[in-house]
Write a protein that binds this ligand. Structure first.
Ligand SMILES: Nc1ncnc2c1ncn2[C@@H]1O[C@H](COP(=O)(O)OP(=O)(O)OP(=O)(O)O)[C@@H](O)[C@H]1O
Ligand SMILES: [Mg+2]
Length: 302
């Protein structure tokens, strides 16, 4: 039985996160109330311990449903992989959860600190824009690296840290000593300490991907979303990315979209398979890759 089914069948005390919070207002001013009140009757997981509650998300592009009642839950501390054929809706899912795309219907709540769940750390993602989502504690890396090539590695990291204060401030102001120390930790973690003064433009593709992960880390996100982080990497770079994700595991909750099965096998305990905008199944990589529904979905897309 999938963990999702286990949650759904766990019965007692199932409630929507907002129900426990009495419609209080979060610190970003986004009412912690479901947009669709009938959703309160819907089954949801245990009220505590979840970082993401995603229910019935539907997104249509010209009548085509890129997401179709997408429902899943993510526990704090998980490293979850999302796989699925091209066009399954994986990137669209991240677009919706990070304020880039508005869904037609559904709900998505983020709890930045599930151990101390309260109105202050429960966010209705569907009412937030991309900047609010970052401030609430979600960092997202797009498939293509978007580092600034004419700046050094260190400057890119400083810019990420200071993103709220504007580019000019970021390039002229000195980081506080504790921020500089934190940047050194990040440089070490992303294996770029020796490249700190090198222009980002001359890094390898893999190093640019790591720099972008470092830029996310500078914002101290609770939840990190990575869209195809190892696409285009050499086998050595993939190995180093596996190490990097193992370093991050436990410190952050992580969602990874990937097609590389060997990479997924190396990093993840639980895999969610999307197909045609919905969850097809969940399980270990071995369970899902031998599931006939998954095989059919992939063959159908070939
Ligand atoms: N802005 C958009 N306008 C119109 N259609 C879109 C838009 N964004 C995505 N789609 C369509 O929605 C569907 C899902 O796309 P999405 O990019 O989410 O898939 P994916 O699972 O990330 O695929 P891949 O593995 O190829 O990256 C596709 O059919 C895509 O063409
Ligand atoms: Mg995609």
């Amino acid at each position: 039985m999938s963990p999702l089914n286990t949650l759904r069948q766990s019965g007692a005390a199932l409630r929507h996160p907002s129900a426990a919070l009495g419609g209080a207002v979060s610190k970003l001013g986004h009412k912690v109330l479901p947009r669709h009140h009938h959703k309160e009757q819907q089954q949801a997981p245990q009220g505590r311990g979840m970082m993401l509650y995603v229910e019935d998300l539907t997104v249509s592009f010209d009548g085509f449903k890129a997401l179709n009642n997408l429902t899943f839950y993510l526990r704090a501390g998980e490293l979850r992989c999302f796989i699925g054929p091209n066009g399954a809706g994986k990137t669209t899912m991240m677009d919706v959860l990070t304020g880039k795309t508005r869904p037609d219907s559904g709900s998505a709540y983020f709890c930045s600190d599930p151990v101390h769940e309260s109105a202050d750390n429960m966010f209705n993602l569907l009412e937030m824009d991309e900047v609010d989502v970052v401030q609430a504690g979600i960092g997202r890396k797009f498939q293509k690296p978007s580092v600034i090539e004419s700046l050094t590695v260190a400057q890119n990291l400083e810019l990420a840290q200071e993103h709220n204060k504007g580019v000019f401030h970021a390039l002229t102001a000195k980081l506080h000593p504790h921020e500089r120390e934190f940047m050194e930790e990040i440089l070490e973690r992303i294996r770029l300490s020796s490249k700190r003064n090198v222009l980002a433009g001359i890094l390898s593709h893999g190093q640019k991907q790591w720099l972008e992960i470092g830029m996310l880390l500078m914002q101290r996100p609770r939840l990190i979303m990575l869209d195809e982080p190892v696409a285009g990497m050499t086998p050595e770079e993939i190995e180093m990315t596996i190490d990097l994700l193992h370093d991050l595991e436990g410190k952050h909750t992580i969602m990874v979209i990937e097609h590389d099965m060997a990479f997924i096998r190396a990093i993840s305990s639980l895999v969610t398979v999307l197909n045609a905008g919905s969850v097809l199944c969940e399980g270990t990589i071995d369970e899902v890759s031998s599931d006939p529904q998954v095989i059919t979905a992939y063959l159908g897309s070939a």
